[in-house]
Design a protein around this ligand. Structure first.
Ligand SMILES: [Zn+2]
Length: 266
């Protein structure tokens, strides 16, 4: 992961590797500020920041073997992003930053929230805090630098960034990227990948027969699929999204994201 949480005077600030390197340089290890994971709050540490090596990309990391499997999307054991490796990270930091800025425009941000909420099962699903965490995880895995990331695909890709509660609260599910056909071709082909839902219980993957679900079991990386959802959400959301309480709340989370401050529930 490329970001972590630093708690200072009760404020949860998201810190990047560079910022942390500045904080700890010249200090004794025991006085380094403690860090925790953006999603699961378990402690994380830096790896490779202070040793220059061409073969190792510095990162923040959970303790080894912790958390298990898919307990946390940022866990080192998570396999959900594997197929995404083929989608290279070719964008410069500046370009990636501009891409994120466009996403953070109020109308785009709201539209993306509504798409993700719809995918989660609609009404009563996906709080703004949960949605905000998904964006923070996207930041932490460096999603914005991927070569292939058209604007319409962003809400779909964000669905990878969390473990979601099922409606009855008994299980969680998450999405992973899966290739549809195993081809020899090494390059990224969005037509040959989709997101598939996997079930979890307490962070451990469970398998079972086809279950009824209020969320899609397969999400295609397709623009027409997204356009279909946008039409549905526009019809459904015109009134409640304009209510003052909601408008204030989404703006508060949006600004929190822009300022790298992790907000707690109101
Ligand atoms: Zn974690």
């Amino acid at each position: 992961m490329e970001t972590a949480i630093l708690v200072e005077n009760g404020i949860r600030r998201i810190i990047t590797l560079d910022q942390y390197a500045n904080l700890i340089s010249g200090k004794e290890k025991k006085s380094w500020p403690e860090l925790c994971c953006i999603v699961c709050d378990k402690s994380v540490h830096q790896k490779g920041l202070l040793v220059a090596s061409e073969d190792f990309t510095p990162r923040f990391s959970h303790a080894k073997k912790e958390p298990s499997e898919e307990f946390c999307p940022l866990g080192s054991e998570s396999k959900r992003f594997y197929a995404l490796d083929r989608n290279e990270k070719s964008l410069s930091l500046v370009e990636a930053h501009l891409r994120r800025e466009r996403f953070m425009e109020p109308a785009t941000f709201l539209g993306s929230y509504l798409i993700c909420r719809h995918l989660r099962g609609g009404q009563g699903q996906l709080t703004l805090k949960e949605f905000t965490r998904m964006v923070e995880v996207a930041d932490s895995i460096g999603m914005w630098r991927h070569t292939w990331l058209p604007e319409w695909s962003i809400p779909l890709m964000l669905m990878l960034m969390a473990n979601h509660e099922t409606r009855n609260g008994q299980h969680q599910f998450y999405y992973r990227i899966k290739r549809i056909n195993r081809t020899q071709q090494a390059s990224w082909d969005p037509a040959n990948v989709h997101l598939i839902a996997c079930w979890l219980k307490g962070g451990t993957q469970i398998t079972g027969g086809k279950k009824k679900s209020s969320f899609p079991l397969i999400i295609p990386l397709s623009e027409s699929y997204v356009n279909g959802i946008t039409k549905l959400t526009e019809r459904d959301a015109t009134t409640w999204t304009q209510e003052e309480r909601f408008a204030r709340s989404i703006e508060r989370y949006r600004v929190g994201l822009l300022n790298n401050q992790q907000l707690q529930d109101e």
